[in-house]
Design a protein around this ligand. Structure first.
Ligand code: AKB
Length: 332
């Protein structure tokens, strides 16, 4: 038996392997980078290879989450211990292709939960829910156990997904953990068809000859979060002792709330000539049903949620980051 074989056996023992499904997406790219920089073993799974260059050195499995066999082979082949299931159709895109969105969001999640229940090497699953589970009647500040009447296919799928996660935890012993993310803002990869995307998209239009056309109303306040906090939250929640987690559903987490006009005013402190016009489309009705802010007291109490980035810092960091990305996909 040669030395490298023995070393490989030791390397395989008791080592966490993080499998990121939807790894080429907005959140997947950021979680993968954070884990890679921390020296963790990371496997990327997605239908498309990562476009962010530093991630191209990581193992990549081309997998469509709707194909349970391919998913089983990808997770099993690398003996993944921690699954981050991030592949999903977001709120705006989902309204345009409802059947496709439901299939991707629901069957994708059920495949992951079923595999987590049957594959011994999978210890934990992280699956994000969203503010989209809320709707009319939730009130301006969404309570943890607040009224939920989602108005989009995406929101309905996240709401049902929360119940499925609770069911798999209770009946099949799957250690699945979840947060309700607000709009996420970062630079490494573009978001894919959400209602909160204007707050990322605008940073591609700061210096154009034409004003930026915002698809929400100027005063439409929504909960938002910088990617650094979003990634920290996911990793913190996964690291928390299971016994501390008292919430049977996804945890509300908040960081900041702002409207387009508040964000643009902050941008103008850096780019005084920046101009925007407002042409609300179907996404305004979606946003109008969502809360302005999240009551995240339970996340703070159970696992120490404490966001670090506010509006000023968010804009400064977005302005400073090199936008090494493809143009954002247009939803209209
Ligand atoms: C969307 O806008 O659909 C997402 C979300 C709030 O979950 N960013």
């Amino acid at each position: 038996m040669d030395a490298s074989y023995i070393l490989r056996i030791f390397a395989d023992m008791n080592v966490d392997v993080h499998g990121i499904i939807g790894a080429s997406g907005q959140l997947g790219t950021e979680i993968a980078l954070r884990l890679m920089e921390a020296g963790e073993r990371v496997v990327l799974l997605d239908i498309k290879a990562p476009s962010y260059a530093p991630l191209q050195e990581l193992p990549f499995e081309k997998v469509d989450v709707r194909d349970q066999g391919a998913l089983a082979a990808g997770l099993g082949g690398h003996k993944v211990t921690h699954v981050y299931h991030l592949a999903a159709a977001l709120s705006a895109r989902g309204e345009q292709e409802p059947q496709w969105a439901w299939d991707l969001n629901m069957n994708g999640l059920l495949h992951v939960l079923e595999l987590a229940a049957s594959m011994d090497h999978i210890a934990k699953v992280f699956w994000p829910s969203s503010i989209a589970v809320f709707g009319p009647g939730s009130g301006p500040v969404a309570a943890q156990t607040g009224h939920r009447l989602p108005t989009t296919v995406y929101g309905v799928s996240k709401n049902a997904g929360e119940h499925w996660c609770a069911w798999y935890h209770q009946h099949r012993g799957v250690d699945v953990r979840s947060v309700r993310y607000p709009g996420l803002i970062g630079t490494l990869a573009p978001p894919g068809g959400g209602t909160t995307d204007y707050a990322v998209e605008v940073f591609d239009h700061l210096h154009g000859a034409a004003p930026y056309t915002c698809f929400l109303e100027a005063q439409e306040k929504l909960p938002m979060m910088h990617m650094d906090d979003a990634v920290t939250g996911a990793l913190q929640l996964l690291a928390a002792p299971r016994a501390a987690l008292q919430c049977a559903e996804a945890y509300n987490i908040g960081a900041m709330s702002f409207s387009p006009e508040e964000l643009f005013a902050e941008i103008r402190r850096h780019v005084p000539e920046f101009k925007a016009v407002f042409a609300p489309d179907f996404r305004q009705a979606i946003a109008a049903g969502w809360p302005d802010a999240m009551d995240d007291a339970m996340a703070r109490r159970d696992w120490g949620w404490a966001p670090q980035v506010g509006l000023e810092e968010l804009v400064r960091s977005m302005m400073a980051s090199r936008r090494d990305v493809q143009p954002l996909p247009q939803v209209s």
